[in-house]
Design a protein around this ligand. Structure first.
Ligand code: MG
Length: 161
């Protein structure tokens, strides 16, 4: 088979006193995402989609949050390591598509920078990376601004195929 599909989903809690980093872009906001690493929920969901496509588990398996090496880690760097793993196994990324679920802040001004950062981390072009954002109409934990969630999918193609 020369194609694989992958799905990733991640959630992080929003807390005062943390930086908000999505797709490697620091976004001014009164709260940020809580986590052992920089808590970049977008980079995490995409990493999980890539690992999922090759049935390699998830980023918690490869970069455990009990490991002090990953404290405050730049999640784009972890994504880069995951995409290198994908390439080493003989696959290349066809495209990535992600949806951020967040009530606030407005993310549109930052989306293209996120796409550029994610593409650079994966060694692909920006047009292969889609990032979208939606609110959940004030419903549930994203709507109540308790956290943010991201869904991501990817398509992998056999290298040289
Ligand atoms: Mg995470």
């Amino acid at each position: 088979m020369n194609m694989r599909i992958g799905h990733g989903y991640d959630v992080h809690r929003l807390e005062a006193g943390r930086r908000l980093i999505l797709g490697g872009v620091e976004i001014p906001f009164e709260k940020g995402l809580l986590g052992h690493s920089d808590a970049d929920v977008l980079a995490h969901a995409i990493s999980d989609a890539l690992l999922g496509a090759l049935a390699l588990g998830d980023i918690g398996k490869w970069f455990p949050d009990t490991d002090p090496r990953y404290e405050g880690a730049d999640s784009l760097r972890l994504l880069g390591e995951v995409s290198a793993m994908v390439n080493e196994k003989g696959w290349e990324i066809g495209n990535l598509d992600a949806t951020i679920l967040a009530q606030r802040p407005k993310l549109r001004p930052y989306i293209d920078r996120m796409r550029e950062n994610l593409a650079r981390a994966c060694g692909i072009s920006t047009e292969q990376v889609s990032v979208k954002a939606t609110t959940e109409e004030k419903l549930g934990f994203t709507g109540q601004e308790q956290g943010m969630a991201v869904h991501a999918v990817c398509l992998l193609l056999r290298s040289g195929g």
